[in-house]
Design a protein around this ligand. Structure first.
Ligand code: SF4
Length: 362
């Protein structure tokens, strides 16, 4: 598990070297590695890293790409820890996965630890028997994915959460949704599941809030610290200032924000909405700032505002720096690269079961 939170102020190891020199050295190392390496970058990565990407995408698309690029012995994943784990699980045994900084974690994924989830599961099955299917959002550790794999559960993404919930209800009358309460709640409400049938597991008190027998959806109480910062007031302010504006948000935002927005969906949905809009369209987008700014510069004939410019940077995504990327690439050339990610075999096996169940559904 990454130990990132205690170290967010750690200095870039190559911070004293001028960025231009770093860029030149990265380019040279990249060329020397040729087809042996593929560099994958999440949409939330800084531009200075994205410029080196072979592919930019969301976590699952990138992991699928990693699995399909069999000729690349080395996968360098510029993102956060659970993404590199997923790439390792889905890639072939000969491939090796590296991160510029393995301490780049995801606070939301860290909100569901295996021992907490096992305790919750024990209590829920005591209350309602074996009538639950666990679903985990892909933003979770490999340990949580293996937990779901072992218990006939499944992984989902923000694109397919609704479909995966349908599948779960074919298996059992209720589901446990990990770790993001907002994606779980927003998806359940959009399906017409009434609030009284949505319960919440309080991980601090290790207690269920709600009626276990009535609950169809039991939410873990995790959240994304970036996406919960968007507020209904911000949505209303944009509406009154820019009549006709289209406000679109990620479903990791709170229920109130999603309800007030014109649309909500995965990163790919947000990109598609802007790309397919007419020239002159005006948007406010509620997701990580770097993606919103890239949308604005990619489509200069549309106006794209960040719903919140001050609080929507994911700190962990900032931990990939040119110096750290260079250390991995030059290390690969020298046979001693830092940042290798390797999921233990048994955890990987059951995580793969949960991931493959999802791929078969969607
Ligand atoms: S934006 Fe949120 S969910 Fe995504 S990596 Fe950062 S903390 Fe995790």
């Amino acid at each position: 598990m990454p130990k990132h939170h205690a170290e967010t102020t750690r200095k870039n190891p190559a911070g004293s070297i001028a960025e231009e020199a770093l860029v030149a050295r990265i380019t040279k190392a990249r060329e020397a590695l040729g087809g042996r390496v593929v560099i994958l970058c999440h949409h939330y990565q800084p531009d200075v890293i994205v410029q080196f990407a072979d592919h930019v995408g969301d976590s699952l698309n990138l992991s699928r790409l990693a699995a399909s690029r069999k000729e690349a012995r080395y996968i360098v994943f510029c993102g956060v820890y659970f993404m590199a784990e997923t790439a390792d699980i889905l890639s072939s045994p000969e491939q090796e996965v590296y991160m510029p900084d393995p301490d780049a974690g995801c606070p939301m994924a860290d909100m569901a630890r295996l021992e907490q989830v096992e305790r919750c599961w024990g209590e829920l099955t005591r209350l309602v028997g074996e009538t639950i299917v666990p679903i985990t959002y892909v933003n979770s550790s490999a340990e949580i994915k293996q937990f779901c794999g072992r218990r006939n559960g499944v992984v989902c993404t923000s694109s397919n959460a609704a479909k995966v919930m349908d599948w779960a209800f074919e298996q059992a009358p209720r589901l446990l949704f990990l770790p993001d309460q907002n994606l779980g709640r927003n998806t359940a409400l959009a399906k017409g599941i009434p609030k009284e049938e949505i319960a919440l597991w309080d991980r601090g008190k290790a207690r269920l809030q709600g009626d276990p027998n009535r609950a169809k959806v039991i939410l873990w109480d995790g959240f994304c610290p970036v996406h919960v910062r968007f507020t209904p007031e911000q949505v209303m302010r944009f509406r009154s200032r820019y009549p006709g504006i289209r406000i679109i948000v990620h479903p990791e935002c709170t229920e109130e924000v999603v309800r007030l927005a014109d649309g909500s969906g995965s990163t790919e949905y947000l990109i598609r909405e802007v790309r397919e809009a007419e020239s002159g369209s005006v948007f406010a987008v509620g997701t990580e700032l770097r993606l919103v700014k890239r949308l604005a510069s990619t489509f200069p004939d549309r106006t794209v505002y960040p719903l919140d410019e001050e609080h929507s940077i994911c700190v962990d995504m900032s931990r990939s720096t040119p110096g750290r990327l260079l250390a991995v690439l030059e290390g690969l050339l020298e046979g001693r690269a830092p940042g290798k990610i390797q999921v233990p075999a048994e955890t990987a096996e059951w995580s793969r079961v949960a991931l493959e169940r999802m791929l078969a559904i969607s």
